[in-house]
Design a protein around this ligand. Structure first.
Ligand code: FRU
Length: 506
């Protein structure tokens, strides 16, 4: 009897694991995903000695949220990631989101003489629902091994919800600055410290912008607006409600920060969103990046249906690393974002280019068979001649007659001045509210639309007009759905240039 039971158990496990394995075809080729098990937020993004470090919320044991620890990976180019062992494991507390800094001058006294001590500032969640407090851990070997600081916590309000510290060095006031949230009060608190261990409250900012959902994962970053170092502004990002009611997303504020308080440039009711898709959350900037590069990364999923992501043996992945900037628009200073340049070099990857042609109706792209792996980047510069609705249809499943039975549409509706991503027929619908058309207003000048579309098996990220707007959405197409077309409903468009880079794993 015992033998039969264990055989049945073995068969059940075997069948279910086998069934789940079929989902490897959705594994991203050039976006980060853990080898196995669950991830959510990116944590502690930092650059040190030629390596980009990505720490991330990780469950080392299961393919669902829990046992939160910091996973770890490094990359030299932000494209290929090397998986490293868990950096900061759970113990009596769970290791929630946070940031890392390089304590060059050993202000904390935690450096053992290297001059590049990496200090992680994270939230310890007491997983009894009673308390969250801020902790330190440190590494003297470039993030390979970590010690938890013996004097933890370094900041404790005895609050149930108090999390996601993001820290940077503020040169002007010569102190570390931490942004951290009281999620249910819709508040970011700012603290200052000379040594990362003792923190003094400076000011707080909150109850502005979007307050439909709790606030999480704040970050504060200074920018030279339009690249002009005499015009500086600060970007305050906060994960909260996104543009769509009930769906988490990331909002931002633009303003000034004097080392103590943040002043919003816009009216308190102005709502600015980082991304108009449903699958971009918990984004934070990279500390210490080279050549004044400003980079960020977000988690590509939405809490609303995250547990339903039908992938095994992993669940959760990061967005493409994005180069971010602040630019002046008629409505004010706004955030722009584009995939980092190394994804689209002129001279590598399999590449396709076509210039100056007029397009009508719907056509499979000539190069389409070259890129039939759903892992590519399209860059298009289009001029509207008379069309009312045009764009790309990707991850198409074509039947014998050449008709699409499945597709994701990235288009521009000329009359409504709307950029949209339609995933209503994109493949597996993983929850009742997954089938949606995500959209944003986009005014275009000179009838010209420039698009960058990043496709990687189970995700589509759209950037329009040099990153003025972004839409990020997951899709779960059939493995055979790899065709793509350029479409144009009524009238014509002129294709000034069309470039495609194949980023699929060979
Ligand atoms: C955001 C978040 C953070 C928290 C972490 C826990 O997605 O809820 O506020 O630190 O995830 O995994």
């Amino acid at each position: 009897m015992k033998k039969i039971c264990s055989l049945t158990f073995f068969l059940l496990v075997f069948i279910s694991v086998k069934g789940q394995n079929l989902n490897e075809h959705w594994r991203p080729d050039f976006h980060f995903s853990p080898e196995k098990n669950w991830t959510n937020d990116p944590n502690g993004l930092i650059f040190l000695d030629g390596e980009y470090h990505l720490f991330y919320q990780f469950n080392p044991f299961e393919n669902k949220w829990g046992h939160m620890s910091w996973g770890h990976a490094v990359s030299k180019d932000l494209i290929k990631w090397e998986h490293l062992p868990v950096a900061i494991p759970e113990d009596s507390v769970w290791i929630f989101s946070g940031s890392t800094v390089i304590d060059k001058n050993n202000s904390s006294g935690l450096d053992n003489g290297n001059g590049n001590c990496m200090v992680a500032i994270y939230t310890a969640d007491y997983h009894n629902g009673k308390k969250e407090a801020q902790y330190l851990a440190y590494s003297n070997d470039k993030g390979r091994t970590w010690e938890k600081y013996a004097g933890n916590p370094v900041l404790d309000l005895n609050a149930k919800d108090f999390r996601d510290p993001n820290v940077f060095w503020h040169e002007k006031t010569k102190q570390w600055i931490m942004s951290v949230v009281l999620p249910t009060e819709y508040k970011v608190l700012f603290y200052g410290s000379p040594n990362l261990k003792n923190w003094n409250k400076l000011e707080e900012f909150g109850n502005q912008g979007d307050v439909r959902k709790i606030w999480e994962c704040p970050s504060l970053t200074q920018f030279a607006v339009d690249g002009d170092s005499t015009k500086t502004k600060w970007l305050l990002m906060v994960s909260s409600n996104g543009p769509e009611q009930d769906f988490a997303g990331v909002q931002y504020f633009i303003g000034d920060f004097d080392g103590k308080s943040f002043k919003n440039d816009n009216t308190p009711d102005t709502k600015l969103y980082v991304d108009y898709g449903k699958d971009f959350y918990a984004s934070i900037p990279w500390n210490n990046a080279t050549q004044n590069q400003k980079l960020m990364l977000g988690w590509m999923l939405n809490w609303k249906y995250a547990e339903n992501q039908p992938t095994f043996p992993w669940k959760g992945q990061m967005s493409v690393p994005r180069q971010i900037a602040l630019k002046t628009f008629p409505e004010g200073v706004r955030l722009t974002q584009l995939p980092v340049e190394q994804f689209t070099p002129a001279d590598s990857y399999r590449f396709f280019e076509k210039k100056d042609f007029v397009h009508t109706k719907e056509k499979l792209l000539n190069g389409s068979t070259l890129f039939a792996k759903n892992a590519y980047i399209i860059e298009a510069d289009l001029t509207i001649k008379s069309s009312r609705d045009f764009g790309f249809k990707i991850a198409q499943n074509l039947n014998k007659e050449g008709k699409a039975t499945q597709e994701t549409i990235v288009g521009y509706d000329v009359k409504k001045q709307q950029l949209y991503l339609d995933r209503t027929n994109s493949g597996k619908i993983i929850s009742p509210d997954f089938a949606s058309v995500d959209k944003t207003f986009l005014k275009i000048d000179n009838k010209r639309l420039r698009l960058k579309i990043v496709v990687d098996k189970m995700s589509v990220e759209v950037f329009a007009n040099d990153g003025a707007v972004a839409i990020t959405s997951l899709i779960f197409p059939d493995p055979k759905a790899t065709a793509f077309s350029l479409f144009c409903k009524k009238g014509k468009i002129k294709v000034n240039s069309l470039k495609i880079w194949d980023l699929s794993k060979k």
